[in-house]
Ligand binder design. Structure first.
Ligand code: 15L
Length: 278
């Protein structure tokens, strides 16, 4: 996607700007959307002089309304991004997610790209291939919060006309870190491509897609993304040696290895693996 004048002129808010993905994407997004406002609960470590940062706690509606006011589109990466105790997930992802969508509605924001996660469907078994129409099977409280975010996004799209793309992100890094990531990896450039589809595609209303590159071992049918014109350029298998090297450093995880969510599934697992998952 080349940067058009219209795209450049959009006022875009990026939440979660100090987090892992936010840090990776800030510069790339700045090249596309020159009016990029970035926000997080804490100031990013290396904040560029030309970056427009406003601190906001997503659990504080008044603060969220302030950052949302006057923007055309939001890339919502903010919140807790791994498994944590319920109170933390509840404040940042459930209350924070609601505040974000509700503030967007109140201020007439047109589009939201919601960073969902593979952990909304982590309890599917690895021998299955699933589309985005498969029912959610969260593998963690974190995964539940992402399923909640997708449902919230659907409500705001269907009832209030917000245009939303939910991206079930696999794992964003320069190279896949281990064998599981060979199936779910997405390059930063491919993620930017999906974000741009969410903020710019003319006929998008509400869609869930997988945030994955062109991975030969993928567990996901990403037809919904391809229909929107997504053309991933990253290929996990090009980094096989790197992934195998990373895998060799990991402890064995026989339960996690059964399911797409890996360690998020084996963490706190107290069930019978024969009867669990789908
Ligand atoms: C996620 O959703 C997390 O945010 C990230 O830290 C990774 O754990 C990733 O999933 C993954 O599944 O590898």
């Amino acid at each position: 996607m080349t940067s058009t004048k219209a795209a450049k002129a959009k006022r875009v808010l990026l939440t979660g700007a100090a987090g892992g993905i936010g840090t990776m994407l800030r510069n790339k997004l700045k090249g596309v959307y020159s009016k990029l406002l970035i926000s997080d609960i804490a100031e990013p470590k290396r904040l560029g002089k030309d970056e427009n940062f406003v601190r906001a706690d997503l659990a504080d509606m008044a603060a969220v309304e302030k950052i949302v006011k006057g923007v055309d589109g939001i890339i919502h990466l903010g919140g807790v991004s791994i498994e944590k105790p319920w109170e933390m997930i509840h404040q940042a992802n459930i209350v924070g997610g609601y505040n974000l969508f509700e503030a967007a509605r109140r201020h007439g924001v047109k589009r939201v790209v919601f960073a969902s996660s593979n952990h909304a469907v982590g309890f599917y078994r690895r021998n299955r291939r699933i589309g985005t129409d498969a029912p959610v099977r969260p593998d963690s409280r974190y995964g539940v919060s992402k399923a909640f975010g997708e449902a919230l996004a659907a409500l705001y799209a269907d009832k209030y006309g917000l245009r939303v793309l939910c991206i079930r992100i696999g794992n964003v890094t320069d190279k896949p870190a281990d064998v599981r990531r060979l199936s779910i990896w997405i390059s930063p450039d491919d993620l930017v491509q999906l974000i741009r589809i969410g903020l710019e595609h003319p006929s998008l209303t509400y869609e869930v897609v997988y945030g994955a590159s062109d991975n030969a071992r993928s567990w996901w049918d990403n037809a919904a993304a391809f229909r929107l014109g997504y053309k991933p350029t990253g290929r996990a298998e090009d980094h096989l040696a790197h992934a195998l090297e990373g895998q060799a450093k990991l402890p064995p995880d026989p339960i996690g290895d059964l399911f797409e969510g890996g360690p998020f599934c084996s963490n706190e697992f107290a069930g019978d693996p024969e009867n669990r998952g789908s």
